[in-house]
Design a protein around this ligand. Structure first.
Ligand code: UDP
Length: 378
């Protein structure tokens, strides 16, 4: 097995650019590592992709794919083929993927096809909701991984229940059958801690509620989406609050399909609609918010990292510990919104614990990898 220090890093969707930024910083100090960056083209416009490269200081990708976007299946196939060709051309010793998107699965499949060890960052998460494409992507990617990097002990436990256990003490290189399971902190928490320094401390309840929605289960059906919007609007009015809502393109498409002048309606419901925000602007909006309402996994975590409480607009979450700690509450349907939001708002800000580590998860990963590779050499 060729275990040189050369990674092919696969990114392609908004949360992956953010996760990759923490790894990029850690790689600079990790000693002797070379990285080739591949952009799968899953998100390709300025709002969901371009702005993050500038803002987070990511290198321009060495390989940029342009997959067929007419269907999910065609896009996935094109991404798989493109990543496989990049592996053949660049001959990395490792392929790195993040999270649970189709780019993650495509990278995992290509690494498996070319028998290159796969490092999965954010391994072991489970929502137990097999209807979600992300859950399928997570489970399959973990099964194809040689190094599984878990953000929490719960993630390590999920893997153990699926008979994926750490074999790093064996003194062999990692493989799918004998994987290395590493518990670090959470790489997105690293970024929240790192970039928090860029904005001023603002007292809770001085700003607007932050809301984000982009999951197909919430935003593809106009009737359901408007039920959420009306329920959130009624709650804002009852609390004399306003919300800022950076609207994801998928959500905007659905809002635009309605016959009513949607922008005016949002305004009258107390919502300031905005284009998708840059990362630091989003963090600042989380930090200023008296409460966060979201169906995004990343935003849910950022609320935790920045000490804000969060209503999760879903019936399940991968980040269950936040619910157990009382920072987040699941809200499966618009009719439960008011009760949950009133209760959580009443609790005030949240003091985060050490769930996601000390803000140096990516560094910890590189230190562990270096030590283990050194062990193999010896
Ligand atoms: N995000 C952002 N601008 C926005 C909304 C979200 O920068 O207007 C960031 C957010 O900080 C988080 C990430 O995007 O880190 C989450 O991505 P998304 O909600 O698309 O996916 P998920 O986390 O649900 O997979």
């Amino acid at each position: 097995m060729n275990l040189s220090k050369h990674m092919l890093i696969v990114v392609g969707a908004r949360p992956q650019f953010i996760k990759a930024a923490a790894l990029h910083r850690a790689l600079k100090d990790a000693g002797g590592w070379r990285s080739t960056w591949l952009h799968s083209g899953q998100h390709h416009d300025e709002a969901l992709s371009g702005q993050f490269f500038h803002e987070l200081g990511l290198p321009q990708p060495d390989v940029r794919l342009a997959p067929n976007a007419t269907s999910r299946e065609l896009r996935l196939g094109d991404m798989m083929g493109g990543i496989r060709s990049a592996i053949d051309a660049h001959r990395p010793a490792w392929v790195v993927v993040f999270g649970d998107t189709d780019s993650t699965l495509a990278g995992a499949w290509a690494a498996t096809a070319r028998q290159v060890p796969l490092i999965h960052i954010e391994a072991g998460l489970r929502s137990q909701d097999w209807r979600m494409p992300e859950e399928v992507n997570r489970v399959l990617t973990d099964r194809m991984s040689s190094v599984l990097v878990c953000p929490t002990y719960a993630a390590v436990d999920h893997l153990r229940r699926e008979a994926i256990v750490d074999n790093s003490v064996d003194g062999e290189g990692p493989s799918v059958l004998k994987p290395w399971v590493l518990k670090t902190g959470d790489i997105m928490h690293d970024n929240a801690v790192h970039f928090k320094a860029q904005f001023d401390i603002v007292k809770a309840r001085s700003g607007r509620v932050l809301m984000t929605m982009h999951r197909p289960g919430n935003v593809d059906d106009p009737d359901l989406l408007w039920s959420w919007v009306e329920a959130i609007g009624a709650w804002l009015k009852s609390q004399d609050l306003r919300a800022v809502w950076p609207i994801h393109p998928r959500t905007k498409k659905c809002l635009q399909s309605s016959s009513q002048p949607w922008w005016d309606r949002l305004e009258s419901l107390g919502m300031d609609a905005a284009p998708p925000m840059g990362y630091v602007e989003l963090l600042k909006a989380v930090h200023e918010a008296p409460l966060v309402l979201t169906d995004s996994g990343g935003v849910q975590k950022e609320a935790y990292s920045l000490g804000r409480r969060c209503i999760v607009l879903r019936d399940c979450t991968e980040w269950t510990e936040q619910v157990e700690e009382g920072q987040s509450v699941l809200c499966p349907a618009p009719r439960s919104l008011k009760d949950s939001a009133d209760r959580l708002l009443g609790h005030g800000p949240f003091t985060p614990g050490s769930l996601y580590g000390n803000g140096h998860a990516a560094t910890e990963l590189m230190v562990k990898l270096n030590l283990m590779l050194k062990g193999l050499d010896g």
